[in-house]
Design a protein around this ligand. Structure first.
Ligand code: ADP
Length: 496
């Protein structure tokens, strides 16, 4: 390809690694198409990326960390930068929203909300870092023994495509607040908002090299980051299969610490005494249709008491019939395309598997707006699902709800816990004491009773959680999530 105006020596690659404070050419010119899932058209190219890009980024991050211009600076100075970043994200919310909408199809009204959440992570961490304390321990008069906290050093972050801006912010904010440097590998489906965010961080006053972003594939950039001997911690959000590979990489390289937030198959348990079923039905729909079902905490299993299952399913179907699948740039779009052709094929396959297994299709189940070239699929609900069947067990990452029934609380809890995952669970009952007991028995990092997304609604950014089972491990969110980017050091001074 002949380089033209506005292109790089690599040709048309305009998405480039951000290393040491500047956008640079990738070492390898190979690229894949950047496809708009709303119409299937190519909108540019994304570098495949290489270990050589990662090497440059890790060197930059390490040198910036060791220079101490960020890691050793005062809490107040860091706070000023983090607050400035939050304001810049809000100022740029429209352009950031456009990037995620174009690359992964998020409805524009939802994409605009991403900026407020991303900015919130920086504001929370700016305030929270001032509350971190070292301890002086009781010891002999001739000595002082401290238990100090230090930034971990160089962090690698691998993020998925479902909430590109939010997830980049959720990992960058606590890492840099605690004084570390970070290299982000965004998803190859939607890397642009993370790159734009890196530019805003520099504009806000962050020294070069503290945040680097290397776009590319999982098998190139992701692997190189996971195997790198000078990355102290890797934080990952994505599939369980990839999470497993990253554990192997950590074991094969430098035993880097891992935080893994992997797949989910979250149950929504509705007991017979649940409040207004209209309200519950709205939460159920929101829980599995938000972002076209492409979120790790999506409530994709509805476990309904046998006495109310028909009424509740009817209400869910009614609400689904009012959802119009639309192009994501339209301001009234609440349900857009799936993020990629591969994702569409996967969802269609699961819809077929559900039917073949004898589940009853109550609504949806079809690809729509095919003439647009986009990857649209209707919100879909199956009832009479066998809890052990494929669509009730495997993460689909799309808008398919599997309805099962139970007669006793014990049966509901066993069903809820009866998958390999343990990310989130919701339950609906009017009995608070009962809710508390059920919540204790659910093997899940997040439990919401009579609400969806309760941590965010009630506690802002302060809620921390830790996935169970094959949904991963390691704390994310809140103060504890920030501490996960630091390490304890015991320091003793002897004056005798
Ligand atoms: P999804 O199927 O939702 O895209 P993945 O786990 O495949 O989930 O992807 C999440 C992130 O992990 C992406 O940034 C992707 O590039 C990266 N990734 C995928 N495979 C690997 C791998 N083998 N090593 C490191 N990173 C990977």
């Amino acid at each position: 390809m002949t380089p033209t105006k506005n292109t790089t020596p690599c040709g048309a690659i305009l998405i480039r690694p951000f290393i040491d404070g500047v956008f640079v050419d990738p070492v390898d010119c190979a690229a894949i198409s950047n496809i708009n899932p709303a119409n299937g058209r190519t909108i540019g190219e994304i570098p495949v990326g290489s270990a050589a890009d990662v090497e440059r980024a890790v060197r930059s991050a390490r040198a910036a960390f060791e220079r101490g211009t960020w890691s050793d600076t005062s809490v107040n100075s860091r706070k000023t930068v983090l607050l400035a970043v939050a304001s810049l994200i809000e100022e740029q919310s429209e352009s950031l929203a456009q990037l995620d909408m174009l690359e992964m199809g998020m409805p524009i009204s939802n994409a605009r909300e991403e900026a407020a959440i991303a900015a919130g992570f920086f504001r929370f961490c700016a305030e929270a870092m001032g509350t971190l304390r070292d301890h002086v321990l009781p010891s002999e008069a001739s000595s002082i023994v401290m238990s100090a906290r230090e930034p971990l050093g160089v962090i690698g972050a691998i993020t998925p495509w479902n909430y590109p801006l939010i997830l980049a912010a959720a990992k960058i904010a606590p890492a840099i607040a605690s004084g570390s440097s970070i290299i982000v590998k965004p998803s190859e489906i939607a890397p642009s908002s993370a790159l734009r965010l890196a530019g805003l961080l520099l504009e806000a006053g962050l020294p070069p090299g503290i945040v680097n972003v290397v776009p590319g594939l999982g098998t190139t950039v992701g692997q190189a980051l996971a195997l790198h001997m000078d990355v102290d911690k890797l934080t990952f959000t994505g599939s369980t299969a990839t999470g497993g590979k990253l554990m192997e990489c950590a074991g094969r390289s430098n035993l880097k610490r891992l935080t893994l937030e992997c797949g989910g198959k979250s149950p929504v348990i509705v007991f017979a005494d649940a409040a207004d079923l209209d309200i519950v039905a709205h939460h159920v729909v929101q829980g599995f249709c938000a972002n076209q079902g492409q979120l790790c905490v999506a409530g994709t299993r509805l476990l309904a008491h046998e006495g109310i299952v028909d009424q509740l399913s009817t209400r869910v179907v009614d609400i689904l019939s009012s959802i119009r699948v639309r192009e994501p740039h339209l301001s009234d779009c609440s349900f857009g395309p799936l993020a990629s052709h591969a994702q569409l094929e996967k969802v269609m396959r699961y819809a077929a598997v559900g039917q073949e297994a004898g589940a009853r299709l109550l609504a949806g189940g079809r690809r729509v707006l095919e003439e647009s070239g986009g990857y649209y699929f209707e919100p879909t609900i199956f009832s009479e699902v066998d809890p052990t069947s494929v669509i009730a067990q495997e993460e689909i990452f799309g808008p398919i709800l599997a309805v099962t029934t139970f007669s006793t609380p014990e049966e509901a809890i066993a069903q809820a816990n009866g998958t390999p995952y343990g990310l989130a669970a919701r339950l609906w009952t009017r009995d608070f004491e009962f809710a508390r007991n059920v919540a204790r028995k659910l093997k899940s990092g997040i439990v919401d009773a009579n609400i969806t997304g309760g941590g965010g609604a009630g506690a802002g950014f302060a809620a921390s959680s830790e996935p169970r089972k094959m949904s991963g491990f390691g704390v994310e969110g809140g103060l504890e999530g920030m501490l996960a980017y630091t390490a304890r050091k015991s320091v003793s001074f002897n004056f005798a």
